[in-house]
Design a protein around this ligand. Structure first.
Ligand code: MN
Length: 132
């Protein structure tokens, strides 16, 4: 058994290449082969969000604090709240983040395919972010 102890990893800023606004990432983990599961806890300040992206085997997000927005490309933006468990299907372009006025924290978990859990695309414009 391995225990990744609380607070044992530095809190990192979300790279501007992949996020808009103030984002912190912590407690990142990845299981050992042959398991594929991995993830991290991400906190988005109000207005912050991921860029558009997709996951080769999908992603499950557990909202733990605050209030956020999430959107699959081509579908309406939706509010996500603590206790909500969100599933993003494989290879579906989407984004997730805080609302414009509330921070949001989630635990994001995905399986890797050929060593990758995510494919990043362009940033979410203010119009897309606010437009719902
Ligand atoms: Mn995602």
């Amino acid at each position: 058994m391995k225990i990744l102890r609380s607070g044992s990893q530095p809190v990192k800023a979300g790279p501007a290449e992949y996020f808009t606004g103030e984002v912190t990432m912590e407690m990142e983990f990845a299981a050992e082969t042959p398991a594929r599961i991995g993830g991290l806890t991400v906190t988005f300040a109000p207005g912050a969000r991921t860029a558009w992206h997709s996951h080769p085997l999908g992603q499950t997000v557990f909202v733990t604090e605050g209030e956020g927005w999430a959107q699959l490309d081509g579908e309406p933006r939706q509010v996500i709240r603590p206790g909500d468990i969100v599933w993003f299907p494989p290879n579906r372009r989407h984004w997730h983040g805080a609302t414009a006025t509330s921070a949001m924290t989630h635990l994001a978990i995905a399986e890797s395919l050929d060593g990758s859990r995510v494919t990043w695309e362009d940033h979410v414009s203010d119009a897309d972010y606010l437009g719902g």
